[in-house]
Structure formats: structure tokens, C-alpha cells
Ligand binder design. Structure first.
Ligand code: 13P
Length: 249
């Protein structure tokens, strides 16, 4: 049985003081937590948020990482730096990084292999644009992102891999995929994983992301092949995040 994962991706939001306030509020609300709960703040909040959340059971994730151990890579952050701050998960391949910072499947694959080597858990984001969906290419696109990003993956560490299906047209638009549409693609993703990795694929968690709100989480999580959610906007308010992690099935 796969444990669910509700992950907040704060993107480029929250100063350290704001992150600390969020943590205080969330801890005060003390929501019932189903499965694993994760917050991925900006790098600059990791230390302070980690201190606030210590002992709460809420885990820390990062929004990005570089694919090298150390060296002359101005502006980048290494896996060791993240481990040092208590980070357990790292988002890679987010569509904003692909579109705004031109990250390729090849680079994302390098990051994934590096995370596996360092025992950090990758949350690999994949998903199609509106144009690709309207052309009926969403399945092909997701399949090719999966195969390129998972090239040479260490099969022994697949249980720590999380895939986040995030259709780009649903991100920050308020236009969520229907639970049935999201399930159809997530089911396809699982079938692709099974083709490549056999029974090991059953342990890989698949999240849906794109305008997930407290009002929609229950329907999404009830789906057989969706094991949680990667949430942007609705993870920025403690009251909303508390409702998300207390989803009901
Ligand atoms: P929204 O929940 O704001 O649509 O963002 C989704 C997302 O990109 C999470 O990584």
C-alpha cells in the first residue's frame, strides 16, 4: 500500500519571517495528517522552517538542486547542502524550470541520478502544455518525458521516487484537470512505469498537481492511481494547507 504524500510547493514566495508565521499557524491548527506531509519552501527558508517544524512530522523539501557535488557553479545548491538542512525530497523538472530556465530532460535526468546517489528523494514533474493537450499529444509527451528523465535510473531506489503529473494548463490557472482526467494520465504513467520496472513500479507514488484546492483534494486522492498532490497556491495559507493534509476519503 502506497502512503499518500501532500506536498506544498511555495515557489518564489515567503520571506523567512513569513515562513515562520506560517509554521506557527499550522502547528497551532494541528490538523490531522494523512500520510506524509511535505513543504518545499525557497532555499532561504529551509533552515528556519526546519527548526520550527522539528518534531512535527512535517517534512522539508527543496524546489531544485544542481547535479554536481560542489565547485564553480555560481548560484547553485548541492545535494549535500540540502541534506545538511534536513531536506528529504527535492522537486526536479518543474514546468516553470523547464519553460523559464530552459531545463532539458537531459539535465533533469542528471539531477535525478545525482539525487539517487545522495539518497535524496526526487519528485519528478512531468506534464503537457495546453497546445499539446489540444493536439491530443499528452500521452506521447508524458511518455517521452518519463523515458528521458528516468534514463539509467537505479531500480533499487525506485521506492523513493515520486512522479508529479502537472498539466501546465492547470498550474496557477484555477483550471484543474478533472479527477477522472488526472486519473487517466496517472494510470497511463503507472502502466509505463510497470512496462519498464515491473512490480517495482507499484511502489512509485504518483501525485497530481495543478490548481488543487481544499474543495478538490478529496476527489483527487480517492483515485486509484493518484497517491497525493503537489500544491502551489493553496499551500501558501496555513488554513488551506491544514485542510489539504486533513483530506478525507
Ligand atoms: P498551483 O497549485 O498554484 O496551480 O501550482 C501547482 C504547481 O505548480 C505545484 O508544483
Amino acid at each position: 500500500m502506497r502512503q499518500t504524500l501532500i506536498a506544498g510547493n511555495w515557489k518564489m514566495n515567503m520571506t523567512t519571517a513569513e515562513a515562520e508565521n506560517f509554521a506557527d499557524e499550522l502547528l497551532k491548527l494541528n490538523p490531522k495528517k494523512n500520510g506524509e506531509v511535505l513543504i518545499c519552501p525557497p532555499f532561504t527558508d529551509l533552515y528556519a522552517l526546519g527548526k520550527k517544524l522539528a518534531g512535527s512530522g512535517i517534512k522539508l523539501g527543496a524546489q531544485n538542486v544542481f547535479a554536481e557535488d560542489s565547485g564553480a557553479y555560481t548560484g547553485e545548491i548541492s545535494p549535500a547542502m540540502l541534506l545538511d538542512l534536513g531536506v528529504e525530497y527535492v522537486i526536479i523538472g518543474h514546468s516553470e524550470r523547464r519553460q523559464i530556465f530552459n531545463e532539458s530532460n537531459e539535465l533533469i535526468n542528471k539531477k535525478l541520478l545525482k539525487l539517487q546517489e545522495k539518497n535524496l528523494k526526487p519528485i519528478l514533474c512531468i506534464g503537457e502544455t495546453l497546445e499539446e493537450r489540444e493536439a491530443g499529444r499528452e500521452y506521447d509527451l508524458v511518455k517521452s518525458q518519463l523515458s528521458a528523465c528516468l534514463k539509467d535510473v537505479n531500480a533499487n531506489k525506485l521506492k523513493d521516487l515520486v512522479i508529479a503529473y502537472e498539466p501546465i494548463w492547470a498550474i496557477g490557472t484555477g483550471r484543474s484537470a478533472s479527477a477522472n482526467d488526472a486519473e487517466a494520465i496517472c494510470k497511463f504513467i503507472r502502466q509505463e512505469l510497470e512496462k519498464n520496472f515491473g512490480d517495482l513500479a507499484k511502489e512509485i507514488r504518483i501525485l497530481y498537481g495543478g490548481s488543487v484546492k481544499p474543495a478538490t483534494i478529496n476527489d483527487i486522492i480517492a483515485k486509484e492511481n493518484i497517491d497525493g498532490a503537489l500544491v502551489g497556491g493553496a499551500s501558501l495559507k496555513a488554513a488551506d494547507f491544514a485542510k489539504l493534509v486533513a483530506y478525507e476519503v
